[in-house]
Design a protein around this ligand. Structure first.
Ligand code: ADP
Length: 631
């Protein structure tokens, strides 16, 4: 396959050929024809001189024509054949020295010579053409930077291009005849037998190999193999094309490393590690962040035991069960558990995983584990803060109630006084009846009954006041809102009278019951009613009226409106009424309305204010959901 030796090296007259190459086509043709004519003339002269016969001369001329045909086209060969026939005819066919032919057999001999000459030169021409094509193809193989190797079925190298010489450092002479994989110490991605099986099956194979150069360094290559077959379809050799992928590998490696670095950073920032678990081999992989979350050195060998050791004893059984279930079938998991760290602190983690087959028959899980301790602590902290807020609100509501009771002392005294006065007069009357000569026992018994009921009324009033003053946890019961309002008005009756305020109650018997804390709802109505009275007194309103109306809005809620005939609310105050500590009263606390709002909202309702209601002054209204809506 050596095509190097100076271009058209088939004829051993390179100087002449080199000269021919420098000429134009016409000059070349003329030179060739002259050269050919001279050669034929010389052979003819020699034959005449040595008195050779027709056959020998014809054979000698044929050789010259064949040699000449290696140099140029078929036309030239035909031209030389014609000259040769004319010479043979002139010098060797009877009558001699004429172009006449007397014998038929001579005509046949000359015709045979012509056919033979044209056939042979035609064949030579064809051989030359295919040799040219082969040479051009071989030159192409030399041009490529890829290493191209042809080896037989035993691996012995039969072709080794310049790219292979440059890539591996072995010259063609070094490589030819050697076994490729010995020479290059090939490292295969899978066993060679497997590759060969694939190659023979599909006729080709592609993959990445690592070869060793002559200087001992390694080079990764992308390798493409194709089987060459003979005419009967039998594999005779393998064409191997190898491309150096060192740079691509380095770029890949760099990319991979930077991606891994980003991933590790993202895991660190999000406190989320990853893990892999091959259930069949038992191999477990933890990312750096997973090691950090579990509090182990990255040098440790990850295992289920290591995980269980770190698990909080109270959660260990649950964790073990989850792992067993996952190992049993392809069920992923998503659960939270606690870790007990060596320093005694507790860490909350959330683990989630799903199974993957990934082309292998093994059951494999991949998942993530997040350290959710900060979130858990924030949640607990929020719950603690909420609890504290609730307590402060309850304390405030209690303080507000006690302060209202303080304002209502006169009314309360009056309310309690009434039954006490009645008791005293009934008792006095009873004593009188008993002192009679004939005591009227029946009369005394009736008086005693009314003493009992008056005492009960006084007791009830006192126990309600105690309930208002008590600091107890809210308690939800089924209530009829109109009844609650009625009880409140009992307290307020005297209060209203002393301020010449008329209080009107419009009930809604069809209104649904509500689920609420009696004392808290009483507090809302007392606040609204007292605010209304105070506003009217403060403004010096001549007509002082408070209207408390309930409405059964639509069966799903109850609405209560508290209106007054006072001054109403100035527009600039309307948005601030429910703010804590907003007050326009010299001795006000500014907590009444905020407390009303928190009570109503805690009951699932809403409280709103209108600047001017139907009674001429302010109009507050709240809704409460029906008990049926809350259960
Ligand atoms: P306080 O009664 O201690 O002032 P509140 O929160 O109960 O606290 O009331 C806040 C303010 O709302 C009152 O100071 C008053 O200016 C206004 N306000 C409340 N109710 C009425 C009303 N019915 N008419 C006019 N103004 C009112």
């Amino acid at each position: 396959m050596d095509h190097d030796a100076g271009g058209r090296g088939h004829l051993n007259i390179p100087v002449f050929l080199a000269k021919l190459d420098e000429l134009t086509p016409v000059q070349r043709l003329v030179a060739l024809w002259i050269f050919g004519g001279v050669a034929l003339a010389l052979v003819t002269w020699a034959s005449v001189h040595f008195e050779l016969n027709l056959a020998t001369t014809a054979a000698a001329l044929l050789i010259v024509i064949v040699l000449l045909s290696l140099l140029d086209s078929f036309v030239s060969s035909a031209f030389f054949s014609l000259i040769a026939i004319l010479s043979l005819n002139y010098f060797f066919v009877q009558p001699l020295y004429t172009l006449d032919v007397s014998e038929v057999q001579d005509i046949a001999a000359l015709a045979a010579f012509l056919v033979c000459s044209l056939t042979v030169t035609g064949l030579v021409r064809r051989l030359r053409d295919s040799a040219d094509i082969q040479r051009e193809q071989a030159q192409l193989l030399e041009l490529t930077a890829d290493a191209i190797i042809v080896r037989d079925m035993d691996g012995a190298i039969s072709y080794w291009n310049r790219g292979a010489e440059q890539l591996y450092g072995w010259s063609r002479a070094d490589a030819i005849g050697k076994v490729t994989h010995d020479l290059l110490q090939t490292r295969f991605p899978v066993p060679l037998a497997q590759i060969n099986a694939l190659l023979l099956d599909a006729g080709r194979w592609e993959g990445e190999l690592v070869h060793r150069r002559r200087d001992g360094t390694e080079v990764p290559v992308a390798s493409r193999w194709a089987v060459q077959k003979d005419a009967r379809g039998q594999p005779v050799g393998i064409l191997e094309n190898n491309t150096d992928i060192t740079e691509r590998k380095q770029a890949d490696e760099l990319l991979h490393r930077s991606q891994a670095a980003f991933l590790a950073e993202a895991q660190r920032l999000s406190h989320t590690g990853s893990f892999g678990w091959n259930v069949v081999t038992g191999r477990i992989h933890w990312s750096d962040e997973t090691f950090r979350i579990f509090g182990y050195e990255p040098a440790a060998e990850p295992s289920i035991d290591l995980l269980i050791q770190r698990t909080h004893p109270d959660d260990a059984v649950r964790v073990r069960e989850t792992i067993y279930r996952a190992a049993d079938g392809e069920r992923g998991f998503d659960f939270e558990f606690r870790l007990l760290m060596p320093d005694g602190t507790v860490r909350h983690v959330h683990a989630v995983a799903h199974s993957m087959r990934n082309g292998s028959p093994d059951l494999h899980y991949v998942g993530a584990v997040s350290d959710i301790t900060p979130a858990k602590e924030a949640l607990a902290e929020r719950a603690r803060a909420q609890e504290m807020l609730d307590r402060v609100q309850a304390d405030l509501a209690h303080a507000a109630r006690v302060s209202v009771l303080g304002e209502l002392t006169a009314s309360i005294a009056h309310e309690v006084n009434q039954p006490l006065t009645a008791i005293a007069s009934s008792a006095a009357a009873g004593v009188r009846w008993l002192r009679r000569p004939v005591p009227n026992i029946e009369e005394v018994r009736e008086l005693a009954d009314s003493i009992v009921s008056d005492a009960q009324r006084a007791g009830e009033i006192i126990s309600r006041i105690r309930a208002m003053a008590a600091r107890k946890a809210p308690e939800r019961t089924l209530l009829v809102l109109d009844e609650v309002i009625g009880e409140v008005l009992l307290f307020l009756r005297n209060e209203a009278r002393s301020r010449t305020v008329t209080v009107l109650q419009y009930t809604a018997p069809e209104a649904p019951q509500v689920l609420g804390d009696r004392t808290q709802l009483q507090q809302v109505i007392v606040n609204l009613a007292i605010n209304a009275m105070q506003a009217m007194v403060q403004a010096g309103s001549s007509e002082r009226r408070v209207v408390i109306r309930t409405l059964a809005a639509d069966g799903t809620s109850v609405r209560c409106i508290v209106e007054d005939s006072g001054p109403g609310i100035p527009p600039e105050h309307i948005d601030r009424l429910f703010e804590s500590f907003f007050t326009t009263k010299p001795s006000g606390m500014g907590m009444g309305l905020p407390i009303c709002r928190s009570i109503i909202e805690a009951h699932g309702g809403r409280i709103t204010v209108d600047r001017a209601g139907t009674a001429g002054g302010a109009s507050f209204s709240f809704t409460l959901p029906a008990a049926s809506e809350q259960i």
